[in-house]
Design a protein. Structure first.
Length: 551
């Protein structure tokens, strides 16, 4: 149906530094509803409202509106050119509500600057429905040519629903979780989240299919200062756990761990953070390659005790001499990392990084042989490591591990011979040290500047050949915000910037579980991210939750 709708949408793109054209036209506000990707646009108080010109509807799309509809934009001051086209970066819908009410008639300018649509020039003076600017924002008409052929959208109009537009990108949908005030999690059937009930913080549980009636399943304690605690959530093997800490320092605090059962009841998963008169008790566990590993720190300055379960038999591992505690330390400074992230299981061996608290030296790489339950220190000066899995070539059999040392350099390690060699093309720029490396078939590296805020995230897709002679693709290079890498149980990888990052286009990326190719990119500044299976949840601000089904 290649007919021009009587009502046509136009995209509004924010332009800075563009002067208004001398030619202007009179526009009005539409007298019907407009719905974009299921969201009804509130026109009366929108800073960039829909407008109508020559019986054609123009809809404003700012930076976020463009990304929400699957478009990317660029303004070139040197050539006075505005470019718009299909893009891979999306964003959540913004309503742009402001304090003033829009009048019924307005004046808009006809664009006189250069315009490219999917790299093709537009002669605006010859357009029957020209591009307009209104409140320093560019408007595109939604003709069949622009909407369908250039942008790939679908649209329809009837007198009951008005104008409905649906873009073909994987845009985020807002998820209503009543009373949310903190972290969240899901097991695929229910959402769990921190919330408020009166003056108390609680844990809510609500069905994924109907989020209108959340139930309180746990009330968090109130401390002596009158502040109620908040819970942090983790997902493990399809179950959801949460923990909260009472107290104000590692030696004067107690961490409580709870498991949420399938029926919504809550049970103690781990003993309270107190034992033998000392604070600091903690436990962690890792299940990999059919072996369940459990680590126990009896108090804040104790070594880590290990047990493991293999073929249904639990074995206690004799502790090595001294106080060897799981973790990472570089150049005398402790690296903030979770203990499970320091442990990997591969071919019947448990590898981990740990620090000898008595010597104070930087962390080393240790190995527990599950056949003998013996622990051996392999290499000193290892800040982190990564074990490869799933390869079928000779290099995998001879060399399955990479290490990064206290200086941030990456090495390939062969346990059978003890050989350590550098990997070409990975150790990167001067002034950057490796912070972490993740992956099996491909590897993601995170490098941080020495004494600065710069963070560089790269993907190396050629490790499976045993080398990385090709420079890694840069996923993120930023000096703003804190970069977080999170691995889901499915193996999908999430890279995002925590905090404000103005001007950054890709603030959130989800990568596939094998080759770490981007499957979702967003310019949203997020404060919390959850991946369960193929479902992505993330939070913008305090309580705006968005959901994406990953394709």
């Amino acid at each position: 149906m290649k007919k021009l709708l009587a009502v046509v949408l136009v995209f509004v793109f924010v332009l800075s530094g563009v002067s208004a054209s001398a030619a202007y036209v009179n526009v009005t506000l539409p007298q019907f509803d407009v719905t974009i990707n299921g969201v009804v646009v509130e026109n009366e108080n929108r800073q960039f409202p829909l407008i109508v010109y020559k019986d054609i509807t123009y809809v404003p799309m700012t930076y976020y509106d463009c990304r929400y509809m699957g478009l990317t934009t660029l303004w070139d001051n040197d050539t006075n050119t505005f470019s718009v086209g299909k893009g891979e970066v999306t964003a959540a819908y913004r309503d742009y509500i402001w304090q003033w009410e829009n009048g019924k008639t307005h004046r808009a300018d006809v664009c006189e600057f250069n315009v490219l649509v999917n790299e093709k020039p537009i002669e605006n003076s010859k357009e029957e429905y020209p591009l307009l600017t209104f409140r320093d924002v560019t408007y595109f008409p939604l003709t069949w040519r622009f909407a369908v052929e250039e942008f790939g959208w679908k649209y329809s109009f009837d007198f009951e629903k008005g104008l409905c537009i649906e873009s073909d990108n994987n845009y985020p949908k807002k998820l209503e979780l009543p009373g949310i005030s903190g972290d969240m999690a899901t097991d695929g059937e229910y959402y769990y989240y921190n919330g408020n009930s009166g003056d108390k913080n609680v844990v809510f549980r609500v069905s994924v299919s109907d989020t209108s009636n959340p139930l309180i399943i746990y009330e968090l304690p109130v401390e002596s200062m009158g502040m109620s605690k908040r819970a942090g959530f983790t997902e493990r093997e399809g179950s959801v756990y949460f923990q909260y800490t009472v107290g104000h320092s590692p030696i004067m605090s107690t961490t409580h761990y709870r498991k949420i059962n399938k029926d919504g009841t809550v049970s103690d998963e781990l003993p309270p953070n107190y034992q033998d008169g000392k604070h600091g008790y903690s436990e962690f566990s890792v299940k990999e390659d059919g072996i369940f590993v459990k680590g126990v720190n009896k108090y804040v300055d104790s070594g880590t005790s290990f047990t493991f379960e293999k073929d249904g038999i639990e074995t206690v591992v004799p502790e090595p001499p001294g106080r060897v505690r799981v973790g990472r330390q570089r150049n005398g400074l402790r690296v903030e990392v979770s203990m499970p992230a320091c442990v990997r299981v591969f071919e019947g061996k448990i590898y981990y990084t740990a620090t000898d608290l008595d010597s104070g030296k930087d962390s080393a790489l240790y190995c527990i042989d599950t056949e003998t339950a013996e622990t051996k220190k392999l290499i000193d000066g290892v800040c982190g490591f990564h074990v490869f899995k799933g390869w079928e070539n000779k290099i995998q059999k001879d060399s399955t591990m990479i290490l990064f040392d206290q200086n941030g350099n990456i090495h390939r390690y062969t346990e059978e011979t003890g050989e350590i060699r550098d990997i070409e093309g990975v150790n990167g720029e001067e002034g950057l040290i490796l912070h972490s490396a993740i992956g099996d078939y491909s590897v993601i590296t995170v490098q941080k500047a020495v004494g600065g805020n710069r963070t560089v995230v790269k993907a190396f897709a050629c490790y499976a050949s045993g080398d990385a002679s090709v420079n890694g693709a840069v996923l993120l290079d930023t000096t703003v915000g804190t970069v977080v890498i999170r691995v889901a149980e499915s193996g999908k990888l999430c890279v995002y910037q925590y905090g404000e990052a103005p001007g950054e286009e890709k603030r959130l990326m989800v990568l596939d579980e094998k080759y770490y190719q981007p499957i979702f990119c967003s310019s949203d500044a997020v404060s919390d991210v959850v991946i369960f299976g193929d479902t992505l949840l993330y939070r913008i601000g305090e309580d705006s939750i968005y959901k994406v089904e990953l394709e």
